[in-house]
Design a protein around this ligand. Sequence first.
Ligand SMILES: Nc1ncnc2c1ncn2[C@@H]1O[C@H](COP(=O)(O)OP(=O)(O)OP(=O)(O)O)[C@@H](O)[C@H]1O
Ligand SMILES: N[C@@H](CCO)C(=O)O
Length: 327
Amino acid sequence: MAVYTDISEDQLRAFLKPYGVGELLSYKGIAEGVENSNFAVHTRGGQFILTLYEKRVRREDLPYFLGLMEHLATKGISCPLPVRRADGEMLGELAGRPAAMVTFLEGIWMRRPTPVHCAGVGAGMAAMHLAGADFGIRRRNGLTLQDWRPLWKDCLDAHPAMEAGLADETEALLAHLERGWPGGLPEGNIHADLFPDNVFFLGDELSGIIDFYFACTDALAYDVAVALNAWCFERDHSFNITKGKALLDAYHAVRPLTAPEIEALPTLAAGAALRFMLTRLYDWVTTPEGSLVVKKDPDEYVRKMRFHQTIGSASEYGLDTALRATG
Ligand SMILES: Nc1ncnc2c1ncn2[C@@H]1O[C@H](COP(=O)(O)OP(=O)(O)OP(=O)(O)O)[C@@H](O)[C@H]1O
Ligand SMILES: N[C@@H](CCO)C(=O)O
């Protein structure tokens, strides 16, 4: 579920007034998503998504997230456009929560992405990176290498009986990444959570990228590493090199990866797998039994962590070796 904060019709009508989107016709809570409370809102002016920001989103980050979406949408990227109120503000308050309205995007997310969808997300991500290059606000990635060890400690504190094998493996990977995390790679504004449930398609065409609430300023290739993890593995946890190739080649065709980015990819991918393992594990050990929130499986990412540590070069992800001359 993701309606943590309920709203009344009267509250919503009052909230909508300054947005100039016309009379409220209907609204309903959206079950999908785990971070915020989302509502589909239909007014005379069109269809919108209303988001009430919950505990994990810091209010001071909202101008970055909303500003980035506006910047990208204005540059032709298919992402939600925040609606501005009559006073020019994008951010309001509803039921005691910061709240914003964005345009509704058509499409569905792919439960079983094919190589065509992987190519779509590769090309779309590269276009997003290029379009975000001149966005004026920066935001530090709150879930990068320096944050992983404290998060791991929180997991251990919450669950002291952690399986010894997993504990040793995580410690070893953390130490390895701390010694050799790639520095100096091209940076920009990245999505940082570009999973299939955050990308809509109409048929084979990418129709929307949503959920920019982990977006930040970081290595562009880290976004590629997150997407490799999220799009290119099968349900049996095996890596699908055809999907990897589709994603990487399509990205590279729009924004060529530099030689240092290509070299760094296995390390970035192992780090990205660790990041999602840790946030999932943290949720697993801290979310009370019986909660309506669907907990995501950390084990899937333990397996991905292991896989990336067996990779010697990006060609093993399918990156066409003929493309490797750049930079
Ligand atoms: N602009 C949009 N257009 C159409 N549907 C949207 C839009 N934004 C969100 N949704 C719908 O709301 C759902 C939840 O959105 P979102 O993924 O942003 O939530 P969240 O709580 O931040 O979740 P999570 O971080 O777990 O993915 C989406 O799966 C989608 O169905
Ligand atoms: N994409 C994240 C969930 C929160 O954004 C995951 O699959 O762990």
